[in-house]
Design a protein around this ligand. Structure first.
Ligand SMILES: Cc1ncc(COP(=O)(O)O)c(C=O)c1O
Length: 346
């Protein structure tokens, strides 16, 4: 525990590059990527496209930009995007779909952030009547952040893919944490990606990189996204240093996500039945949401004990396991929660 003696469970984005990753970054061969001349970025993009069975991929600074580029390159201003009411783009990307892509959001309330093909079908607008904004894209999130790290069943992804093709819609998967789904289910990245037009994934979450996401799709879509990335100021130069971290992460940090899932399960089991808290949703991957009377107060008590968590709502705390959390820190967190809850129960 070297983060100023804190156990940081606020998010899997707080991970810092390991010594091995830093070494890979220091050794990276680089060039000007705006000219397409950074060999390490080219290698990462080719590697990612191959892993997901897509024609092309684009290295971008963030998951937010990847989702935005997916919308920009597959819609026109005035179109409608369908997504879950709990989706990241709708809740946490600062309204960029509205402002930058000019696209209307049609959100659907669903359990754990997982949409069904039937729910989506009931919300599609396809008509010649110019009163209406046409639905042109669906966005699903796997795993679902606000859904407690819920995983889309592959049958559901397949059914949504069939629906999208039948109705002539594009389908994007915000796969910020797709590798958490991959290691938990054994469903391959190629299989998940085969049902969607575009998929993004983040290097800077459980995979432990400082920066970076990839957007994958067919050549034409990724070429369109490449132009929008430039427009948004996301054309990077010698960013092969960052891509080297990504290649390192793909080599070393995927399988170990299982460890984060195991720790999330143990954490939950240890606290199950503790007075003053309940678990509002399952925790199949690396996140645990805890319902408490006063999230801010508990968060404060935990911080005093060196444990940082995210108060996701007035009565909800989110805890996320990642590669900078060991078993010792897991124990510290469990004990800190017990103490905070018993103090408040007095
Ligand atoms: C599901 C999901 N999508 C997209 C993002 C955005 O990623 P970034 O923070 O790299 O913009 C996040 C970030 O937490 C996320 O959880």
């Amino acid at each position: 525990m070297d983060r100023e003696e804190k156990v940081d469970l606020r998010s899997d984005t707080v991970t810092r590059p390991s010594p091995g990753m830093r070494e890979a970054m220091a050794r990276a061969t680089v060039g000007d990527d705006v000219f397409g001349e950074d060999p390490t970025i080219n290698e990462l993009e080719q590697r990612a496209a191959g892993m997901f069975g897509k024609e092309a991929s684009l290295f971008v600074p963030s998951g937010t930009m990847a989702n935005l580029l997916a919308a920009l390159s597959q819609t026109r201003p005035g179109d409608t995007i369908i997504l879950s009411e709990d989706s990241h783009p709708y809740n946490y990307e600062s309204g960029n779909i509205a402002l930058v892509a000019g696209v209307l959001t049609r959100t659907i309330r669903c359990r754990y952030g997982i949409l069904s093909a039937e729910q989506i079908a009931a919300n599609i607008v396809k008509t010649e009547d110019h009163h209406f904004s046409p639905t042109t894209i669906i966005s699903i999130e796997n795993t679902s952040n606000r859904g407690g790290g819920a995983i889309y069943p592959i049958e559901t992804v397949a059914a949504i893919g069939v629906l999208a093709r039948e109705r002539g819609l594009k389908l994007h998967c915000d796969g910020a944490r797709i590798f958490n789904a991959v290691v938990e289910t054994g469903v391959t990245p190629v299989e998940y990606a085969s049902h969607v037009d575009t998929i993004s994934f983040c290097l800077s979450k459980g995979l432990g990189c400082p920066v970076g996401s990839l957007l994958l799709g067919d050549r034409a879509t990724i070429w369109a996204a490449h132009r929008y990335r430039k427009m948004l100021g996301g054309g990077m130069r010698q960013a092969g240093i960052l891509a080297a971290a990504g290649i390192y992460a793909l080599d070393h940090n995927i399988e170990r996500l299982r460890e984060d899932h195991r720790r999330a399960r143990v954490f939950r089991q240890e606290l199950e039945g503790t007075p003053g808290l309940s678990f509002p949703m399952p925790s199949p991957t690396n996140m645990v949401y805890l319902q408490v009377a006063d999230a801010r107060e508990i968060t404060h008590h935990l911080a005093e004990q060196g444990v940082l968590v995210h108060p996701a709502a007035a009565d909800m705390i989110r805890v996320v396991f990642h590669l900078d959390v060991s078993d010792t820190e897991l124990d510290l967190a469990v004990n800190a929660f017990r103490k905070a809850l018993s103090t408040l129960g007095d």
